[in-house]
Design a protein around this ligand. Sequence first.
Ligand code: 13P
Ligand code: SF4
Length: 327
Amino acid sequence: MMKSVIDRFKITPVPTHKVKNINFALEIKRLKKEKNAVILAHYYQEEAIQSIADYLGDSLYLAKQAEKVDADIIVFAGVHFMAETAKIVNPSKKVLLPDLNAGCSLADSCPPVDFAAFKAKYPEAVVITYINCSAEIKALSDIVCTSSNAVEVINSIHEDKQLIFAPDKNLGRYLIKETGRDMILWDGACIVHEAFSFEKIVQLAKEHPKAKFIAHPESESQVLDIAHYIGSTSGLLQFVQEDPSETFIVATEAGILHEMQKKCPSKHFIPAPVEDDTCACSECAFMKLNTMEKLYRCLKNETPEIRLDDVLMEKARLPIERMLAIK
Ligand code: 13P
Ligand code: SF4
């Protein structure tokens, strides 16, 4: 089992005692100006964080913004692999993550030692890795992709080449169907996207016969097979704005519904049901570790900071740059 990011980097977690009578939104705005900082936030963050972000988007958009940012500090309101990617593409900036425990089950499902052994079995293969992985895995890769550009990334590799795709087997299976390319898949998955219940989605769709069912490609095959549209978070957001339907059942982390509702106030968005009725499983517990209070504290104290070994960054940068050169 791979160590948590805290163990790996020996970093002290942020203290969590409450700060009373502070307007976090106002203080964050003030500190951003004072320290020449920007906030990059993913659509899965809580609403208040999405609202205060300078840049809000999917993994690809945020990686591109991180590369271009001219501020001194990047506060990454997302998960660890996203902040790590920002540091790799813009190493001279101070990159902060409000809660260092904000990991990712998918990234954790691919320990570097095991992946190196897996890769060694296919010495001729080109290694494509989904951006949801650690810097160590990126360093073992030829090219990185996100769910926005994975098809283009795969198509950029000569068809005679053998391909490894890691770490998400669900996205990998979907991409095999989309591109017609055979790929050797690593057996990893996202706990949030695997929690959706096929049977309950079918039942819900019967109750809303005019609704469109849309899903993120990290969802399981049987769920994807019944989707009217499959795409990254930004793809899903674009689809709901362009499609004339009034109701959408959405199979991805529930945070995206905030921006969907904002962009389409008259439309109706229903989070796809999960297997276990007793949990909030369509929320990513890692993403939701970041709060306005932690965001305020991290800007104020300029910690926790993402620190990476220079050699590791160098190795991980090349496959990310290859991706950014494509789209
Ligand atoms: P997107 O790149 O589609 O925003 O996906 C990020 C993610 O973590 C999905 O679980
Ligand atoms: Fe990782 Fe899944 Fe959370 Fe995305 S939703 S950050 S893939 S655990």
